[in-house]
Design a protein around this ligand. Structure first.
Ligand code: AMP
Length: 205
């Protein structure tokens, strides 16, 4: 990865719907969705790295930067090597990273952030309820326990929120995360498309 990857960040509190929106975007040609939570959950839980992840995630804590960034690099390289991501014509949609100012600093040399989509929901109780439902549906161990969820939200305010200050205010688009998924998607696309038109190749013409 010699040049900086053209990137959009999906940003916001845990449970705000980054994964839902990122998942939909990832089905559109020209967008490649990479969620670091999914990357970690895809590790073999018996492996050393998988156990390291479980150790932190079950407490609602962030995995240390060196491990996170190393895995992220390997994962992106894997997507490139398997032709799932073509940096010249695709836009990388990152979800769940950077999650601290330290990560944002390290990633500066690797990603060119065209837009930060900040999904906003001020109703923390609604987010907690959503995360508990998701934990049941998807068997996510980290969100099964309300204390862990609350720790994840604390960590967001203590470590992650400041990431927004690492980017020029003109790059940040606030999108209301409350509403119909289609409506939210429309607002997310409106925030992304004008900035990314040049980057995304038209696969049909
Ligand atoms: P998520 O699915 O994005 O909520 O992430 C689930 C868990 O994975 C988090 O609580 C962290 O333990 C870990 N994680 C995901 N992304 C990161 C990251 N960028 N840095 C550190 N830990 C992360």
């Amino acid at each position: 990865m010699s040049t900086r990857l053209k990137t959009v960040l999906l940003f916001g509190q845990p449970g705000v719907g980054k994964g839902t929106q990122g998942g939909i975007l990832g089905t559109v040609p020209g967008f490649v969705h990479l969620a670091t939570g999914d990357m970690f959950r895809g590790l073999d839980r018996e492996s050393e790295l998988g156990q390291e992840f479980v150790k932190y995630s079950t407490q609602g804590l962030l995995v240390p930067n060196d491990l996170t960034i190393r895995l992220w690099h390997q994962y992106v390289q894997g997507l490139i090597d398997t032709n799932k991501y073509r940096p010249d014509t695709d836009l990388l949609v990152l979800d769940g990273i950077p999650r601290s100012v330290g990560q944002a600093e390290i990633l500066k040399d690797h990603i060119d952030v065209l837009r930060v989509v900040h999904l906003v929901c001020k109703d923390t109780d609604a987010l907690i309820a959503r995360m508990k439902r998701r934990a049941e549906l998807q068997g996510r161990h980290d969100d099964a326990d309300e204390d862990v969820i609350r720790r994840r939200i604390d960590v967001y305010y203590q470590e992650t929120q400041a990431v927004l200050d690492c980017y020029d205010a003109s790059l940040i688009a606030e999108v209301n995360a409350v509403g119909l998924p289609g409506e939210i998607l429309m607002n997310v696309l409106n925030a992304i498309i004008p900035e990314s038109r040049e980057q995304i190749g038209n696969p049909f013409g």
